[in-house]
Design a protein around this ligand. Structure first.
Ligand SMILES: Cc1ncc(C[n+]2csc(CCOP(=O)(O)OP(=O)(O)O)c2C)c(N)n1
Length: 563
């Protein structure tokens, strides 16, 4: 097929512009990437049209993490644009994270000219199996082969990205195709999304099983993030609630009916033993949340998931209903309201379990309790509790950041779900940009270790350039702390490859024009955090962990079942 030329009567646009216009129709207000000869028709259209804010990341990994976080906090499509070959490959790790987290993301990448494609000619930027790589690091990948099929491909990619299990979808567009012209389509709207409606018979069967429960518990995962309103109906009926880390804030975490994400401490497990039914909604009951599937859950487990394959994964389910979380919970509440006799003591028992679980966490932290508590109080005082809480993989996050401070909204938490270090800073930039473009009025705060921070530190320059409004809590122990702890536990304290040459962060930040505060004393936490919250743009608060001293308990990898 050949593209129609620009002399036709209707105005003609390039495929690059078509992509830009389609994204606008999807409600995308910011996209992230690195410019290259192999994506310039797309980025030129962004620039000319000025409808989408394009953030020039310093690397494709960061760009993809930014787009991922943008999608998580806005609920709209995340978009990253990369170059062919190495640029595209640089995004692979971040694509894996988006896949793990179920983020609806569109990754647009270039390809070499169609004429030379798939011929292994050593053409500049050629990656012969790029499409195969994209298929394996994301949910799906397509190639646009001519202008006539471009819109259909864009529409289908976006539809797939938003179809549970949601995930990142890539489209590669050879550079000659990006520049080809086609008539401007009349309709650029994305395809409608159809939620998975549960079978009414199955909802009633589930209701029959739950109607007699006296101490029912809802376990909410990331798949239930759109179901806050329906979940509230269960809370009103008297159910108890607990969430995975990805499900934080579906019920505001200061609500007395929820354990929050204190989901695997001993007091939580003891509480589960007192519950006679658990309804798991949109959660994979992942290894890190369940002591590698050994956490003792209530004896009867029921499950709702939009993904039919969730049935019996990780834990056996006594009954399973396939359906969108909001629709299914609403239908279930219709069938259960006024029909249950829930133990009135349940609410008080949740509160007790939560307080005990939180005390268990605090007892591990030693001096770092001061940081955790100061963050909660400063966030309340300076931002009305409206925090976007972004975390990298670091000891402090595993030990407390995954559970505290309280989050008030299902989209207020962003973390590296798949466990890869080095993504937190870029995710915080994507979060802050999302807040700026969507007027969220939240304060972005990121928790990162020095090891993870250095992995993608170039993005700090991007943050300064973009005036990304965020506070980074940089936990500096000058090493890969958790790995060192594991070496103590399992490798005879042979501390190999964990001591890191670390920059003088004050000088480094000064060179970039980023305000920097050193926090050398736990007693100054509230004062320094208050100053940081009052400063605009990217602000670094470096916690000098050598001065603070160790945690009370040495954390050495994800907790496992001990008895
Ligand atoms: C991309 C990636 N590479 C390597 C690892 C292995 N790893 C897990 S934690 C960690 C150390 C992180 O160090 P830092 O960010 O300083 O945090 P700390 O453990 O000191 O709190 C490493 C290297 C990983 N999880 N992800």
């Amino acid at each position: 097929m050949t593209a129609r030329d620009s002399s036709s009567a209707s105005p003609s646009i390039t495929v690059g512009e078509l992509a830009a216009r389609f994204l606008e129709a999807c409600g995308v207000s910011a996209a992230f990437g690195v410019i290259s000869i192999h994506n310039m028709p797309i980025l030129d259209a962004f620039h000319v049209r000025q409808r989408i804010r394009f953030v020039s990341a310093r690397g494709e990994a960061g760009a993809c993490n930014m787009a991922d976080a943008y999608a998580r906090v806005t609920g709209t499509l995340g978009v990253c644009v990369t170059s062919t070959g190495t640029g595209c490959g640089n995004a692979a790790g971040a694509m894996v994270e988006a896949l793990t987290a179920g983020t609806p993301l569109l990754h647009l990448t270039g390809q070499i000219e169609s004429e030379y494609l798939d011929r292994d000619l050593g053409y500049i930027h050629e990656h012969p199996a790029q499409l195969a790589m994209l298929q394996s690091v994301g949910k799906a990948a397509f190639r646009i082969r001519n202008p006539e099929t471009a819109l259909a491909t864009l529409r289908e990619a976006a539809r797939l990205a938003f179809t549970p299990p949601c995930g990142p979808v890539s489209i590669e567009i050879p550079i000659d195709i990006q520049a080809m012209r086609l008539p401007l389509p009349d309709d650029l709207q994305p395809l409608p999304l159809a939620p998975v409606i549960p079978a009414p018979r199955e909802v009633l069967a589930l209701a029959d099983r739950l109607a007699t429960a006296r101490r029912p518990l809802l376990w909410l995962g990331g798949g239930a993030r759109g179901a806050s309103a329906a979940v509230q109906r269960f809370v009103k009926m008297g159910w108890a609630v607990v969430s995975s880390v990805q499900g934080r804030g579906i019920v505001p975490e200061d609500h007395p009916s929820t354990l929050g994400s204190y989901n695997l401490q001993k007091p939580a497990e003891a509480f589960y033993a007192s519950c006679d039914a658990m309804l798991v909604v949109g959660s994979r009951l992942r290894s890190n949340e369940t002591l590698r599937y050994k956490l003792r859950l209530p004896s009867r487990i029921y499950r709702i998931d939009a993904n039919a394959l969730a049935h019996n994964r990780g834990y056996a389910s006594d009954y399973f209903v396939q359906g969108d979380a909001q629709h299914t919970l609403d239908a279930l509440a219709d069938a259960l309201e006024g029909r249950m006799a829930i133990d009135p003591a349940l609410a008080a028992d949740v509160g007790r379990a939560r307080a005990e679980a939180s005390a268990v966490v605090d007892a591990t932290l030693g001096p770092y309790v001061a940081l955790k508590d100061a963050l909660a109080s400063v966030a309340q005082a300076q931002a009305g509790g409206k925090l976007s809480w972004v975390r990298d993989i670091t000891l402090s996050n595993t030990m407390w950041g995954n559970r505290a401070p309280n989050l008030d909204h299902p989209r207020a938490g962003v973390h590296a779900l798949g466990g890869g270090i080095g993504q937190g800073l870029a995710m915080a930039i994507g979060t802050a940009i999302a807040d700026a473009t969507h007027g969220g009025g939240r304060r972005t705060v990121a928790l990162v270790g020095d090891g993870g921070f250095m992995l993608n530190v170039g993005e700090l320059a991007c943050a300064v350039q973009e005036k990304a409004d965020l506070v980074v809590l940089l936990m500096n122990d000058s090493r890969y702390g958790v790995i060192k702890n594991i070496q103590d536990d399992l490798y005879g304290s042979r501390h190999a490859y964990v001591e890191l040459h670390t920059p003088k962060f004050a000088d480094f930040c000064a060179s970039l024009g980023a305000p920097h505060f050193k926090l050398a004393d736990p007693a100054q936490s509230a004062e320094v955090l208050t100053k940081a919250f009052a400063t605009r743009g990217p602000v670094i608060v470096e916690v000098d962990m050598d001065a603070w001293g160790p945690f009370a308990v040495k954390f050495a990898g994800p907790p496992l079942k001990k008895d």
